[in-house]
Each structure stands twice: as structure tokens, then as C-alpha cells.
Design a binder for this molecule. Structure first.
Ligand SMILES: Nc1ncnc2c1ncn2[C@@H]1O[C@H](COP(=O)(O)OP(=O)(O)OP(=O)(O)O)[C@@H](O)[C@H]1O
Length: 548
């Protein structure tokens, strides 16, 4: 929990000298040793010692948690044992911390907050009590030690691993900072980030130092190497101190070195930080994007990005993939551009193998500003890859396709509203986001209608309305925007382009010839959608047997 400055420094100096307070593998017991060596058959003595590790040493006042004789580790403040949650059957961590009853009572508000914090990238706080000069609290158990230990094991982890870790840490921070008032961790560092090796899961731990931003002044806590200059000033600080510390942790991840390793004591670090002198190992960062990101994090408080903004930084942004969500007789496809971890950006669209090309469809989506232009080549390539992967139709299949196309035409538009669960057997399901949630759930559906469909008499969702020639174009344009799932902004954009050519009424629009339409500066999609509304395409045809 919150500690006086002096303790924090002692703590940090232990860290700098390589003593992280982590137990040696033999004390962890085999599940936590992580040496990767083959495990020899167990002797009787070993069996005895294993039984000894499983021995219950103590139980919680409510008897739910049983502390086992298995020390997981010791830090400057905490001693951590393995324990069992008898109600749920899970293994948990039993943390103990020497403190006075008065100090424990002071923490009650913070503890209530900690109990409510729930996020896949934050170690869960389950319960706590005070017993015999000790504050005891039960948290989620992590199987593979701290990020710091992992970095030492991997020497210098590759960038792919670092990105995966960084994304998860930032998701946790973004969650904490999104509270009102924000929850500030205040001691982010690789020693306080834990790993579940089997799943590559990374979680922020040691939430004991987190404090709600309740007043203007705060006690100085933290680890000198990771403390932002404003923390030393004791004038108050914001959640951006966690971003500073994240920047230092990222520096450690990519260089394998503890920041300010060149300093001999906390006073030297303090001097450098307050004079704006960066850690020496920063000069060893070679990747320009990483360097840019670290410099932002450890730079001026007001320029520091938020956790969510960093998730979208080019260094961390995941390249999108295209997945095939649904096929209709190999002609009409529904595909989705998936931005893993950024579901809001995902886009679902329809593709007609007979009439569309990847280049054309991607260009249209870029013009419609539903896709960033920088992904043009990548997504075009991805769509072409999917098309290549699909089997070429046999003559028989061609015949079937022709037949079903007639059926398809009657229900083409309703397909764009289907969920991936409707996918036919054999199609690839949409990918999952980092946190395991299916990305398609929250992906906006771009009702991109293939060029063939937009021309088709069967295009069903447009309003079937007569617009008198003397009507101003606003209503018709707005109707088109609504029918195609575009917002007011898009409608205004179309209006501006039409009005720039002196097209003020529905009659003016009717007078346009094909070549006039193409010179309006509208996208192919917008022109066709407007034409469909203008010429009053037939309403939804009668359902076929397949639908009823
Ligand atoms: N939830 C957990 N699951 C498994 N092991 C844990 C857990 N929490 C702590 N440990 C082990 O206990 C050790 C001590 O914990 P921790 O470092 O959090 O203590 P601390 O006193 O708060 O340390 P410091 O402030 O020095 O970082 C860790 O290095 C780790 O090996």
C-alpha cells in the first residue's frame, strides 16, 4: 500500500541491484520455477516435500481461503503465499504486509475501490482482513512471475512480444484511467506486472499503491527510476504519471536494462529526472517508432498521450486482416476488415465476385473514409488472397450459381444485416480481438453494396418515394444517407458537391446524364445510391420460398 518515500527508495535500490525480492526457483516449487528443464521422476522425499507444500498453514476468518506452505515471493513490503479459494476451487495469492491497525483502517476506502476494479489485465483483488499486526489480502494468482524476470530470461524480448505485452498493460491502464476520478496506479514498473506464461497473459499487479485522485496533493510514492518529475514536486499530479512509468517500463522491455542503471542512488536519479536528463539506455533504442513512443511517454506531462491514444500509436497498431464471414454460392461474399483490439475500426462489406475487384472496393471504402488510405495495398492483397483461396467453380457449380443468383437477388440486401453466426459451414469465422471478444460483435456494418447490386432492380432498402421536381434536394439526399447507413455528415458532403454544380432541386438532378454524374466528384457508391432513390427502385420483392 502507500509507502513513505524513504521506503520506496530502499525498495528501488534493491531492484537496481538485481534483488527483486523474488524467491529462487526451488522456493517457488516446480510449477513456478519455469526453468524449462525436464522434470525427473519424483522420489519419496520429493513426494513428501510436495505434500508439505500443500499443507494448510492458516485459514481466513471466513474460512474461505486456506494459506498453503508455499512461498511465492517476498518484496520490500509483502510476503506472498499460495492459497486455495475453497468456495471456487481456485488457487489464489495470499499477500501479507506488516502494518498497524490505524493504517489498515485508513485504507478502507481504497480497498472498496480495489474490490470493484475488474479487468482482464489487472490482477483481481478478492478479499482482505487485519490479523495480528498484519494486513492480509487475497488476490488472483499469477503463474509465471514478473515481467522483469521474464525479460531477464528472454535476454531482450523481440518486438512482437513487447508489443503484445504493451497492448495488454495499456488496456489495463486505460481502464483504470477511465474511472471518474481516474484511478492512478503510481507504481507501474516491470516488477509490478505479472505473467501467466501458458496464455501469454499480462496483468498489472501491486494495485496497493493505487490511489484515487481525490485531493490536490499526494504523498510521494513509487520507484525513483519510474517516477515522473511532477511526482517529485509534490504539487499534485495526474494519471499521466502512469504513462511516464509505462514509458520507462517499455524502455526496460526493449533494452533489457533498468532505466538510470548508471545512477548509484536515488539522489542521483532525482537530480537527473528533475533536470530533464533521460536514462542512458534510451540511446540504445534503435527502432524509430519505439523511440518516438518512449520519448512521448517520458516527455513533458502535457504532451504525453493517454493510454488509449498509445494503443493506437503506429508502433502498437495492429495491421488489419480481412476475413471471409459468409459466402453465397461463391459469388456474393461478405468480408470483414478486422483491426484486432480496435473493434470500432472493423468494417464489414459485401463483395460480388462477378462484378467487383479488390482494388475498386478498397478504393471506394477509402473514399468513403471507412478505411485509412495507408492500408490500401494490404487490404487489397488480403481480399485477393481470399479470392485465390476460394475454389474455382466447376461447370456444375456455375449452373447452380446461376440458379441461386436468382434467389439471391431477392434477398441480397438483408444479407448485409446478418451476423457471423449465420455463416455457412466451411467459412472462416471472424477473428477474435486480443481480449478474446469476437471483433465482429461491435464492428460497424458498412452496407457497401456491390456495384452490381446498386444497379439492380432488386436493391431493396431505398425509400420508395416520389420526389416532385421542384423539391429542394436536401430531403432526398438525407433519405439516401439514411438508407445507406451514412450519417448527416456524409449527407452534407454529398449536398455540398451537388450544390457546387448548381444542382438545387430534384428536377435539376433528373436532368443529369451519366457523364454529368461522373463529374460531380461523388463516389461511385454515392452516385448509384442517389440514382436509385431518385428513380424510385421497386420496394422489397415478395419473399421467396427459401425465406419463408
Ligand atoms: N499475485 C501473485 N501471484 C504470484 N506471485 C506473486 C503475486 N504477487 C506477488 N508475487 C510474488 O511475490 C513477490 C513479491 O511481491 P511484490 O513484488 O508485489 O511485493 P512488494 O513488497 O509489493 O514488492 P515491491 O514493492 O518491491 O515491488 C513477487 O516478486 C512475486 O514473485
Amino acid at each position: 500500500m502507500a509507502q513513505p518515500m524513504q521506503h520506496a527508495r530502499q525498495n528501488s535500490m534493491q531492484g537496481s541491484e538485481g534483488n527483486t525480492g523474488v524467491m529462487s526457483p526451488e522456493l517457488y516449487g516446480s510449477p513456478y520455477g519455469g526453468s524449462g528443464d525436464p522434470v525427473p521422476p519424483m522420489s519419496l522425499n520429493q513426494q513428501d516435500s510436495r505434500d508439505d507444500l500443500e499443507r494448510v498453514m492458516e485459514t481466513s476468518p471466513n474460512a474461505r481461503y486456506a494459506k498453503l506452505n508455499q512461498l511465492l515471493g517476498k518484496g520490500a513490503y509483502k510476503v506472498v503465499y499460495k492459497a486455495i479459494d475453497r468456495e471456487e476451487g481456485y488457487e489464489v495469492a495470499w499477500n501479507t504486509c506488516q502494518t498497524t491497525k490505524a493504517e489498515f483502517m485508513e485504507l478502507s476506502e481504497e480497498i472498496e475501490i480495489l474490490k470493484r476494479v475488474r479487468h482482464p489485465n489487472i490482477i483481481q483483488f478478492h478479499d482482505c482482513w487485519y490479523n495480528n499486526m498484519e494486513f492480509v489480502f487475497i488476490t488472483e494468482l499469477m503463474t509465471s512471475g514478473t515481467l522483469r524476470e521474464y525479460i531477464r530470461k528472454l535476454q531482450i524480448p523481440n518486438l512482437k512480444i513487447v508489443k503484445r505485452w504493451a497492448r495488454q498493460i495499456l488496456k489495463g491502464l486505460s481502464y483504470l484511467h477511465s474511472h471518474d476520478p481516474p484511478i492512478i496506479h503510481r507504481d507501474i514498473k516491470c516488477d509490478n506486472i505479472f505473467i501467466n506464461g501458458a496464455h501469454g497473459e499480462v496483468k498489472i499487479g501491486d494495485m496497493g499503491t493505487a490511489k484515487m485522485k481525490l485531493g490536490k496533493k499526494y504523498t510521494v510514492i513509487g520507484t525513483p527510476e519510474f517516477m515522473a518529475p511532477e511526482m517529485y514536486e509534490e504539487k499534485g499530479y495526474s494519471e499521466k504519471v502512469d504513462i511516464y512509468a509505462f514509458g520507462m517500463a517499455l524502455l526496460e522491455m526493449v533494452t533489457g536494462e533498468y532505466p538510470y542503471n548508471e545512477c548509484k542512488n536515488a539522489a542521483q536519479i532525482y537530480k537527473k529526472v528533475t533536470q530533464g536528463i533521460k536514462p542512458e539506455c534510451l540511446s540504445r533504442v534503435t527502432d524509430p517508432e519505439v523511440l518516438d513512443l518512449i520519448n512521448n511517454c517520458i516527455g513533458n506531462e502535457h504532451d504525453r498521450l493517454s493510454a488509449q491514444e498509445i494503443i493506437e500509436h503506429p508502433f502498437l497498431a495492429l495491421e488489419p486482416e480481412v476475413v471471409l464471414v459468409m459466402t453465397e454460392n461463391k459469388t456474393h461474399l461478405t468480408m470483414q476488415v478486422v483491426f484486432k483490439g480496435m473493434d470500432k475500426l472493423s468494417v464489414k462489406f459485401e463483395f460480388n465476385v462477378d462484378t467487383d475487384t479488390a482494388e475498386e472496393v478498397v478504393n471506394e471504402m477509402i473514399q468513403e473514409q471507412v478505411l485509412p488510405a495507408k492500408y490500401q495495398h494490404l487490404i487489397t492483397g488480403e481480399i485477393n488472397r481470399i479470392l485465390r483461396e476460394m475454389n474455382k467453380p466447376s461447370p456444375d457449380e456455375d449452373k447452380n450459381r446461376e440458379e441461386s443468383r436468382q434467389g439471391w437477388a431477392t434477398r441480397s440486401n438483408s444479407m448485409s444485416q446478418n451476423t457471423p453466426q449465420d455463416a455457412e459451414p466451411g467459412t472462416r469465422p471472424p477473428q477474435q480481438a486480443d481480449d478474446g471478444t469476437p471483433s465482429s460483435e461491435s464492428a460497424p456494418l458498412l452496407r457497401k453494396v456491390s456495384l452490381q447490386e446498386a444497379r439492380s432492380e432488386d436493391f431493396v432498402d431505398f425509400p420508395h418515394k416520389e420526389y416532385a421536381d421542384d423539391r429542394p434536394i436536401e430531403e432526398m439526399v438525407m433519405d439516401t444517407a439514411i438508407a445507406t447507413n451514412r450519417g448527416v455528415e456524409k449527407a452534407n458532403e454529398w449536398l455540398a458537391k451537388l450544390k457546387a454544380q448548381d444542382i438545387m432541386t430534384v428536377g435539376d438532378m433528373r436532368e443529369l446524364h451519366d457523364e454529368d454524374w461522373s463529374s460531380l466528384g461523388l463516389t461511385v457508391f454515392a452516385s448509384r445510391a442517389l440514382k436509385n432513390v431518385l428513380y424510385g427502385k421497386p420496394a422489397r420483392p415478395a419473399p421467396t420460398n427459401r425465406e419463408s
